[in-house]
Design a protein around this ligand. Structure first.
Ligand SMILES: Nc1ncnc2c1ncn2[C@@H]1O[C@H](COP(=O)(O)OP(=O)(O)OP(=O)(O)O)[C@@H](O)[C@H]1O
Length: 246
């Protein structure tokens, strides 16, 4: 099914991902998980909970494989691969962004919806999760840190560069949020060396505002994903630029 694991798509924190084909011809991504000593119970619980999710913005789990220490998750195949291929400008000679502002906005909104769905679902089944797991994963910690990660990702999409980018000339520009603050004016316009339309300007302002709120140091200042979606879809009037990160 995976062509003897010859077609590697990538490597994640939990294992390697290979391209495969189901007997009916459908392409899949098989995530072969690193071996662990844990019994299969955690794995099966994880599979059961992921398989209950169904959302347009979340990759669908099609199946799993489990035999002693060998565990794999089988997902629908995403032919375009992962987002990072598209949001970073490669090298110094290619500074133009690969995606239109409207596309970046649609992606940001889609990810926000998927994340909101996951966080709500997690809350909904909290009664079935052991308290220690619940508090470790959701009780303040992961929830608002997911919002933070989301904000960082959107900022990177806006700037077309990684937070820690060794190519930048000055070290003061290494912390990306500072870079953003340097490149926006009073009315939240992003001063990039590119011509943008009025509609695109509105999009950049929303993306910047949302992401800067999401990365507030105090997690209580960060919005919920539901609020993020409201801001992205709402009018600009109510937007307020958050305090500068320290
Ligand atoms: N469903 C998929 N379709 C196509 N390619 C995929 C799919 N899932 C993963 N990949 C590829 O495999 C790589 C690793 O994916 P994986 O989900 O393991 O890691 P990650 O999301 O980068 O990190 P983490 O381990 O923290 O989840 C991705 O960057 C992507 O290139």
């Amino acid at each position: 099914m995976t062509n003897k694991f010859n077609d590697k798509l990538g490597q994640g924190g939990f294992g390697s991902v290979y391209k495969g084909k189901l007997p009916d011809g459908r392409l899949v991504a098989v995530k072969s998980l690193n071996e662990t000593k844990s019994n299969g119970e955690d794995f099966m619980n994880e599979v059961a909970s992921i398989s209950r999710t169904s959302h347009i913005n979340i990759v669908t789990l099609l199946g799993f494989f489990f035999e002693r220490s060998k565990r794999s998750l089988i997902y629908e195949f995403m032919p375009k691969g992962s987002l990072d291929k598209f949001i970073y400008s490669q090298g110094t000679d290619n500074q133009s962004r690969q995606l239109e502002w409207k596309t970046l906005y649609d992606i940001s909104l889609g990810i926000a919806r998927g994340l909101e769905y996951l966080l709500q679902g997690a809350r909904g089944t909290a009664g079935y999760i052991a308290p220690e797991v619940f508090f470790r994963n959701l009780g303040g910690v992961s929830h608002k840190s997911d919002v933070y990660s989301y904000g960082m990702m959107v900022l990177e999409m806006v700037g077309g560069r990684k937070n820690i980018d060794v190519e930048v000339s000055q070290t003061s520009e290494i912390y990306f949020p500072s870079w953003i603050y340097k490149h926006i004016d009073q009315s939240m316009n992003l001063n990039l060396n590119e011509e943008i339309t009025g509609e695109e300007e509105e999009i950049t302002r929303k993306l910047i505002t949302v992401s800067l709120w999401c990365i507030q140091t105090n997690s209580l200042d960060r919005p919920s994903m539901t609020r993020v979606i409201e801001i992205l879809q709402g009018s600009l009037q109510s937007l307020e630029l958050p305090p500068r990160p320290t």
